[in-house]
Design a protein around this ligand. Sequence first.
Ligand SMILES: [Zn+2]
Length: 367
Amino acid sequence: MYPGRSISSFPDTLLIIYKTTSMKTLEKAEADALCTIVLLGYCQSKKKTPTFVYELKSKEDYSKVKSIFNGLGVQITIQEALPKTENAVIIAETSRTAYYGSNKKIISDIENRLNRSLEKLTEDNLFGAYIGGRSTIAAIELIGSSIIQQYRPRYRAVDSDIEDRYSKAIKNTRGVSGILRENYIPQIDKVKIRLELEPFEPEENSGVRPGFQDQYLPGHLFKSIHGMVASMILFAFVDDKNAFNFELAYSRGTTKVASCFPCCAFMTANGVPPSATHLGRGDNWNLPDPNLRNVTYLKKPWVEKINEWYQMGMKVLADKRKTTAWHDMGFSGSDVHEVFLEALTFEGPFTQKVIDTTFEEQKVSGG
Ligand SMILES: [Zn+2]
């Protein structure tokens, strides 16, 4: 259970999503602009200037984003990320933070074993994986890195390189699962490992295929359900006030121990914002099928927030008389959150999405 959320807000009906028929096919320019608009709205909605952390190599891109947003009247703070040795864990922050102490030693034991295993890896078999988990008084449960599921797109066409990207994603997830098993992590006292969300029946006609499938299904995109999201969903109703969700960064290269913006949006909407956020990749970020336990409950506030931030972002641009490629999409529905999910399948860091977005002067009609 997350702060500010109560069981009484559990929705009676599932969201029904209608495709906006007048909408054009979503392409990269429109997708990047939509991601930028949602991010702008999120930043604008914050009472305190939001902070994004960067690795040194991407400092320049973060500075560009800061100045683009500044030009639109939206302030952000950018900061170099702490090295992994000083801060290895992303925490979904609750109103109680003192609890971390008791399990800190166990979490750092897991981390040490993971770090040692990294030394044995060859260069190309992993990139920036994050392992989600839940810490309670009774146990530390780890859920492997991103869970991958295939689905049929509604708004965009499928690129020719999708099969390749899919097999890379599967390989990455399987790699992390193997590493968790092979490094004696399950033998640490209190540690339990779960590698899949429970089996479920996908909604009819949703096009979602449950579970991992090595084989790519033609015409499909894939969802990447990040460790933090999987952990929040699996353990949404753990009755332990001191419980919290966390993510460990599993990568040799990364010093950036922070949530991606899509995770940050989901966590913030559910009242447990991340301890740090970056503007790097959130490629193919998605939520599991609503038929899985707890998904609808956690999805509802996220839908509301994405819509709210979208409206705020559009207002920021309207106030500055700016338009983007997204403005020409002919979008008029309330399912912007669903379009946003498909926009995330155009892979790339959020910094690049912002930099690649062209803001044109709005034409004033009637002279
Ligand atoms: Zn994420």
